[in-house]
Design a protein around this ligand. Structure first.
Ligand code: SAM
Length: 489
């Protein structure tokens, strides 16, 4: 199975060979597609790995196109969880794999792996495994097992005294122990893995590119700014969310209006200031505010991938409404995080406690899905900015992080800008490189800045052009810095 770009490159090579009989060198291919040599080398390596090209000693330029007869078609039956078992999914499509990977007379099928529990065996999220159908297994073999007749999982098989152990190949994960009474059926043993490093990246970038057409389909929506891996829309988020493809987004971070701009006052930098943040933050009454939260949360659930997660941030003015709507819509709440702000503004009235935290709810789209949680990075990463996080201990659900530093506001302020340290934590916890993140209330695009910095794709939406202009300034500075960094390396 090829990505769009891989197929274009293969077709181009075939055309060149057909026309002139000569295999184009990387430089020629790069020039044709406007890609650098290293990217072309990567695509060629993948085409070789997938069996569409092969290295040949006899051939003038050392690479050969594989005849289609050296490929064999097998069914790709769906996805398999390399984590907690998921409901067995049967969703057949046909893929071509190199013949030499399949033993003759074996019944073989393919599954795409989701999750990280086999990483120590070099089976990664997005890879395709080739599975030989059989109903028995020997200790230590990697098996596809059907547990309790409906949940499929990929694990190493061990028959112990009185029980069966399904062992993940990831030292941070616990085995599944099946004692008397629990049903397990071996569905096959793993023969080989087809590395598909481009899968997550390409899926994300295909979706990312497909959103370009949104502006043509919907005249209310407008692409405001578009660069590789970073796109902004000036629109009501409900319009854009409804146009994004279903099951296409890995993570949503949303910091919706708090609906608290009701004429109150607070203290900022020692001065009394209004809490009014703008028209967008005014309440339209309890019912209308709730209906709006329900609608955008529903739209996000449609676009999230089955394993995708959503973060929503807010104070008591909005977060309980969002929490109610999340549950009404069938999301499964994973955590609520208390973001403690050690430098919060004092309370002027002296009649109640000083508000010094926000709540973030983290939810997955479905209870059964295996969401991404980069446990190790959270436990062992460098989180020295947070004096509640002890090095090497599990990360807890109370985070002590200051409000944005002056340098984060050097291009101007958004009235409710989030600190980069907060977004860094969410993005690194719940996504992987190449994933696609959407922020429906992007403001100054703190989410986008962190997503881009860490190799994720980003789509941000906001109704106010002044906030998108601020986002662009932040993005362009980051982009310049990243390019300079690589150029000077
Ligand atoms: C709480 S702020 C987000 C701030 C952002 N997290 C940051 O770090 O800059 C909410 C943003 O949502 C925008 N907004 C309000 N209603 C919207 C809607 N219906 N669709 C899209 N954006 C909206 C506002 O203009 C505002 O910038």
């Amino acid at each position: 199975m090829l990505t769009r770009r891989q197929k274009q490159i293969l077709d181009y090579i075939k055309r060149c060979v057909k026309k002139g009989g000569c295999f184009p060198i990387q430089k020629e291919i790069g020039k044709h597609f406007g890609l650098v040599k290293s990217t072309i080398n990567q695509h060629m390596a993948t085409l070789i790995e997938k069996g569409y090209l092969q290295k040949s000693k006899n051939y003038t330029r050392n690479i050969n196109i594989c005849e289609s007869k050296s490929m064999i078609k097998i069914p790709l039956l769906g996805v398999i969880a390399a984590g907690q078992p998921i409901e067995a999914i049967q969703d057949t499509e046909i893929i071509a794999v190199p013949k030499n990977k399949i033993p003759s007379s074996a019944e073989v099928y393919a599954l795409r792996v989701i999750g990280n529990s086999m990483v120590d065996e070099n089976i990664n999220n997005g890879d395709i495994i080739l599975v030989k159908h059989q109903t028995t297994a020997e200790n230590g073999q990697k098996v596809v097992a059907l547990v309790d007749n409906h949940e499929a999982t990929l694990k190493k098989f061990y028959k112990e005294r009185g029980y069966i152990r399904l062992q993940p190949a990831n030292r941070n994960m616990e085995p599944i122990i099946l004692r008397n009474g629990r049903d397990i059926a071996i569905q096959g043993v793993v023969l080989d893995v087809i590395r598909d490093t481009n899968f997550m990246q390409s899926t994300a970038s295909q979706i990312f590119n497909s959103t370009t057409e949104i502006k043509q389909q919907n005249k209310n929506s407008k692409t405001y700014y578009e660069k590789s891996r970073f796109k902004l829309y000036l629109a009501n988020c409900l319009d854009i969310l409804s146009e994004l493809p279903e099951n296409s987004i890995d993570m949503v971070f949303a910091d919706p209006p708090y609906n608290l701009s009701n004429g109150g006052i607070t203290v900022h930098a020692g001065r009394m200031v209004s809490v009014n943040k703008g028209e967008w933050d005014k309440s339209n009454g309890f019912k209308n505010d709730y209906d709006f939260h329900y609608k955008w949360l529903k739209a996000c659930r449609r676009i999230l991938k089955p394993h995708g997660t959503l973060w929503v941030s807010g104070t008591y003015h909005s977060i309980y409404q969002c929490g109610h709507a999340l549950q009404a819509l069938g999301y499964h709440i994973l955590n609520d995080i208390a973001w403690f702000k050690p430098n919060a503004s004092p309370n002027l009235s002296c009649r109640y406690f000083t508000a010094s935290h926000e709540t973030l709810i983290w939810a997955r789209k479905e209870k059964k899905a295996k969401h991404i949680f980069n446990y190790n990075a959270m436990k062992n990463g460098n989180w020295s900015e947070d004096n509640l996080k002890k090095p090497g201990l599990q990360m807890r659900s109370v985070w002590s992080l200051g409000t944005p530093r002056p340098i984060e506001k050097k291009f101007g302020k958004h009235p409710t800008q989030k600190p980069e340290n907060l977004l860094k934590r969410l993005v690194l916890a719940s996504t992987n490189k190449g994933n696609l993140i959407v922020d429906p209330f992007t403001g100054s695009s703190t989410t986008g800045i962190i997503a881009y910095l860490h190799g994720r794709n980003f789509i941000g939406i906001d109704t106010e052009s002044k906030f998108l202009d601020l986002s662009i300034k932040r993005f362009e500075e980051l982009d310049r810095n990243l390019k300079n960094k690589y150029l000077t390396k």
